[in-house]
Design a protein around this ligand. Sequence first.
Ligand code: C2E
Ligand code: MG
Ligand code: MG
Ligand code: MG
Length: 292
Amino acid sequence: DIALDRAKSTRSARPIWFDQGMERALIAHSEIEQGIRHGLEHGQFIPYFEAQVDLLTGNIVGFEVLARWDHPLSGPIEPSRFIPIAEEHGLIGRLSEQVILNALAQAVAWDPSIKISVNISPTQLTDSWLAQRIVRLLAETGFPAERLVVEITESSLFADLDLARTIVTSLKNQGIRLALDDFGTGFSSLAHLRALPFDVIKIDRSFVATLATDPESAAIVRAVATLAEALKVPVTVEGIEDATTHAAVAGFGCSVGQGWYFGKPISGDQVTAMLRSRHVAPSAHKLSAHTA
Ligand code: C2E
Ligand code: MG
Ligand code: MG
Ligand code: MG
């Protein structure tokens, strides 16, 4: 059988680096891609919310929206399993819109003191319509632009700084705030601070995780806090997991924190219930860490 022979010879002619493990990984990859397309059609990408807390008062000042894939079989799937694949296949824009629309539609009913932060992928910062798309989501949900924070990572700025600047300017003109996410992990962090008008600097979790045990991490976080204070840009610290870290970053003058010490990401319904149980006054939206 000629066809079979040909198939056999193609098989043997395969480069040796293409091993079975890689083949399985490719199949898994394309299955996830198909799954994402299916999930988008069925509204399976939903927001989880992580509380952001005033480090001095303990009040909840906002929530960061974190995408979860509410897969009917595997349950909520973490972003690292699907965001890179969605980015690679040009699906991240649709996915983000689904998550942000859902998040704002829920958050519009919460206390007006609460800000909502959303994440934007590097590939989205090459979309010249990004600002218009976000403005449309605000219009659709009635969520005020002034309460929206768009988090962009340093690596977002590498592809096309001029386009990034144009998008960022349109966002700012609408009253939307801008946060520099994962600060300290990219190249020329300091140059980026000058190049774009950030309203918030978010210190990356990698420095915070080792702060209590590693004097160098503590020195970096303190230096960033000092720099930010000089630039009059407030600092948000991510990844606070214990009281020692909380006390340390508050001592460095950082204004807002988030992390498992204050609470893990929860669904919108859980946020609604939590805010309701804390009564109505904004000042009553306190998180006591030992119950979280
Ligand atoms: P990020 O924006 O730096 O988000 C913070 C990540 O750290 C979140 O992981 C969060 O769950 C995790 N985290 C928060 N506090 C703690 C803590 O105290 N300890 C530890 N160990 N981890 C903590 P998650 O949800 O897996 O998100 C990972 C990344 O995925 C995010 O990093 C963000 O860059 C990206 N991402 C999440 N949602 C979206 C989205 O809707 N759109 C886009 N484009 N990217 C998203
Ligand atoms: Mg973020
Ligand atoms: Mg971050
Ligand atoms: Mg980070």
